[in-house]
Design a protein around this ligand. Structure first.
Ligand code: C2E
Ligand code: CA
Ligand code: CA
Length: 759
């Protein structure tokens, strides 16, 4: 309560007190009651003025309150003029002086003008039209009630009212009706909605006065003077206080039920007319029936409209709810219920705008293995369990999100130490989690940034740190340090470049011959990919295959290699006959084996090219083959199609020998490291024996298991000779043939055909 409302309440209270004393004891003059109104209006006017000066109002709001202030002062003046008249006529009630009627009439006009100028915030033409219709209905309904119960009785009163009093009554009634209908449509804006309602209520308080004067006799008029009219002053001080405290509220839809209420309201006077038979000639009962029917119909129509309105509201509510649901779905991960990447970015932006914040990125180690070996349900269970671990460890105030696959993020606003959270996570994951009782291991990258840092930079740094953590073997936390970012962003650039290169067709295949060591005949080719970079020239696979594997681009790239190899091999067979080569060998990365379409891709490459399945040999490394049940199933399916599998770089892994039992290999490729220096020293010396041990063991094992062998990286004839001695029949290396474009291989095949034809 501010001082204006206190003052208004006090004056009103004093007025009531005086009235009580006066009626009970007859002490003092009736004219004292006429003092309340001018004082109240003065207080109201001043409260509006003070509010106008201290609150930054929009122009429309300023104008409105100025009008209200003027209204208050005019009202005050009009009633002040009545005070001397009252003292003169006391104890009789004074007649309303003409000046008062004029001034008060002007005041009501100003108020009406002020109210009518308040914008409703409605924009479309259709809306405006509808609103006008509603308002006319409401206005007429309201007016009908006021007319029937207020104006008409005043005009027809046994003791006729003075014209001045009648004018005031009519005007106040019109203002009341206009203000009430208007106010119901204020959706918010320059004038506070509640303040506006309070102002409109003054019209009703005036109308109440009129009713009191009519039905309450002299006491009614007095109560009206002391309580009825002055209470409008209190309402205005309250409205001003309300406007002072108003915050920008969201506009709400205006009242929709008012017209229906108006329809129902009209029935009140009609019903009253019906009851008061004095308006009806006795015996004219049909009139009553018609009126009864009209009242019933309008009442029912209003009821029906109300039902429709309620249904609409329910629909709107449903709409709002589904909108909320959609918004939630758009910003959350359905599996774990965590925020998604978009929402996380938003929250991170907001946190960094406020001050420092840390981002902890966590990525499960070996998640793929769980998914592949135990199935997707187990994988999902693990993700959900890990999400719970994160939520608990992050604590309140933190935002936890699932960014992608098995990558999670925690946003820690302020200076919560991220290490602590990681520690809590490590403790929580020390024991098996999820329904499957799985042991989960994760790597984490952490970065803390001062307020104002771009979110993208913090994320990039945490990601770089995570990358380092992964490189270090996983299951650890790395905080970002200068310099970590560079390699990661270089990879990112390379990744983007690769994508473009694949789309632009910048990749080529070269083919390296696999040669029979004894007679030098080409028995097969290995397909090796090259990148013809527009600026960098030929890029070796060692430089981009790792990046392609990390970004997953190896899947489409490998698919292309596979198809192109099949196409080329089939073309050679078509040109030179089925014996031109025994096998064409593309390299296959482990990432490709995890691709759900891999088996179908192989089948399609064969079918589309027409290459017989047994002419295709896929080169896989040991580490690729040792990747769980899923990979093993894929390899058996490919094997069942008749495609051969070659174990590349054989002998370098840890479990080469045991692998041969579990895996349907047809070919082993002895790694170059066992061929290097194999020719040095005479055979039989201990050093040479040691150097040859692996090469010898591999060829013996292969023979025992009926596998073909290929010795890789032969760079001179001595090596070839030594390998022949050991039992190798097929070799590959710069000495036997470098990787070359397909045209050169074609030329070699053509030369061979010429020689054969000549022989
Ligand atoms: P890899 O499968 O072991 O291929 C043999 C590599 O040794 C090739 O290198 C080949 O040019 C090289 N080489 C052959 N003979 C000799 C020799 O006598 N001496 C020496 N020093 N090197 C020899 P390249 O073409 O640079 O390929 C490197 C690796 O890149 C390949 O090793 C393979 O793992 C990978 N790669 C190549 N093409 C593809 C592909 O299309 N897909 C996949 N996933 N990986 C590929
Ligand atoms: Ca290879
Ligand atoms: Ca190799």
């Amino acid at each position: 309560m501010n001082r204006w409302t206190t003052a208004a309440t006090t004056v009103l209270g004093l007025g009531v007190l005086w009235y009580a004393v006066w009626t009970l004891t007859g002490f003092g003059s009736i004219a004292v009651g006429y003092l309340v109104m001018p004082v109240m209006m003065l207080i109201a006017g001043l409260s509006v003025r003070s509010m106008r000066r201290s609150v930054g109002l929009a122009p429309a709001g300023r104008r409105f309150w100025l009008m209200i202030e003027v209204t208050c002062h005019l009202f005050g003046m009009g009633y002040a003029i009545m005070v001397p008249a009252a003292f003169r006529t006391a104890p009789e009630l004074p007649a309303v002086p003409v000046v008062t009627a004029v001034v008060v009439g002007a005041a009501v006009l100003v108020a009406m003008w002020g109210v009518s100028q308040v914008p409703l915030g409605v924009t479309t033409r259709a809306e405006r039209g509808k609103q006008w219709l509603d308002r006319v209905i409401a206005f007429l309904g309201c007016s009908a009630v006021l007319w029937h119960f207020g104006v008409a009785p005043a005009i027809m009163a046994a003791e006729p009212w003075s014209t001045a009093a009648l004018v005031i009554t009519v005007m106040v009634c019109v203002f009341a009706a206009g203000a009430v209908t208007k106010v119901s449509y204020i959706a918010g804006g320059p004038v506070d909605r509640t303040a506006m309602r309070l102002v409109a209520a003054t019209g009703l308080s005036a109308a109440a006065l009129v009713l009191l004067s009519i039905y309450g006799g002299p006491h009614g008029a007095m109560i009206g003077q002391v309580l009825g009219m002055p209470s409008s002053g209190l309402l205005i001080t309250l409205a001003a206080a309300r406007q002072r405290a108003a915050v920008d509220r969201r506009p709400r839809p205006g009242n929709v039920w008012l017209p229906y209420l108006a329809v129902a309201a009209v029935d009140l006077p009609v019903a009253d007319v019906l009851i008061q038979s004095r308006y009806w000639a006795p015996g004219v009962w049909e009139g009553r029936v018609i009126v009864l029917a009209a009242v019933t119909v309008t009442g029912l129509v209003a009821l029906r409209q109300y039902v429709v309105w309620r249904d609409n509201m329910a629909l709107l509510r449903e709409n709002r709810e589904s909108e909320q649901r959609l918004r939630h779905e758009a910003t959350h991960d359905p599996l774990t219920g965590l925020a998604n990447r978009a929402l996380f970015r938003q929250r991170l932006d907001a946190a960094l705008a406020d001050g420092p914040a840390s981002v902890l990125l966590a990525d499960l180690d070996e998640f793929k293995t769980v998914n592949d070996s135990l199935g997707h349900d187990a994988g999902d269970g693990l993700l959900v369990a890990f999400a719970d671990v994160l939520r608990d460890a992050a604590g309140p105030g933190a935002e936890v999100a699932r960014l992608a696959g098995d990558e999670f993020a925690v946003l820690l606003p302020g200076d919560v130490p991220g290490e602590l959270v990681a520690e809590r996570m490590a403790i929580a994951t020390a024991l098996p989690v999820s329904d499957q009782r799985l042991l989960v291991r994760f790597s984490a990258g952490l970065d803390t940034a001062p307020g104002g840092t771009p979110a993208s930079r913090v994320l990039r740094r945490a990601d770089a740190a995570l990358y380092v953590a992964k490189e270090r073997g996983g299951a650890n936390l790395v905080r970002y340090a200068d310099g970590m970012e560079r390699p990661a962003s270089a990879h990112a650039r390379l990744g983007g470049d690769l994508r473009r290169a694949l789309a632009d067709g910048e990749f080529r295949l070269v083919y390296q011959p696999l040669v029979a060591l004894t007679d030098g005949r080409i028995v097969g080719v290995e397909a090796l990919v090259r990148w013809e970079h527009p600026e960098r020239g030929m890029v070796s696979p060692a430089d981009f295959i790792p990046a392609a594997e990390r970004t997953g681009l190896i899947v489409p790239l490998g698919r292309w290699v596979l198809r192109e190899t099949c196409r080329q091999a089939a073309a050679w067979i078509a040109e030179f006959g089925p014996d031109v080569l025994e096998k064409a060998s593309p390299n296959v990365s482990v990432r490709q084996l995890h691709d759900p379409d891999f088996v179908a891709d192989v089948a399609a490459a064969l079918a589309d090219s027409g290459l017989p399945a047994d002419r295709l040999a896929l080169e896989l490394t040991e580490s690729a083959v040792l990747r769980g049940h899923h990979v093993s199933r894929v390899l058996h399916e490919v094997h069942a199609m008749g495609v051969r599998l070659a174990l590349d770089d054989f002998g370098t892994g840890e479990s080469s020998l045991s692998l041969l039992r579990a895996f349907p290999a047809a070919i082993v490729k002895l790694d170059k490291s066992f061929v290097d220096n194999i020719e040095i020293d005479e055979p039989g010396t201990p050093e040479a024996d040691a150097r040859q041990a692996v090469a010898r063991a591999v060829v013996q094992l292969a023979r025992a298991l009926s596998l073909d062998t290929v010795a890789e990286g032969i760079e001179n004839q001595e090596q070839a000779d030594r390998l022949i001695q050991l039992g190798y029949t097929v070799g590959q290396g710069y000495h036997l043939g470098r990787p070359m474009p397909p045209e050169q291989i074609t030329a070699l095949f053509a030369a061979r055909r010429r020689v054969a034809a000549a022989a």
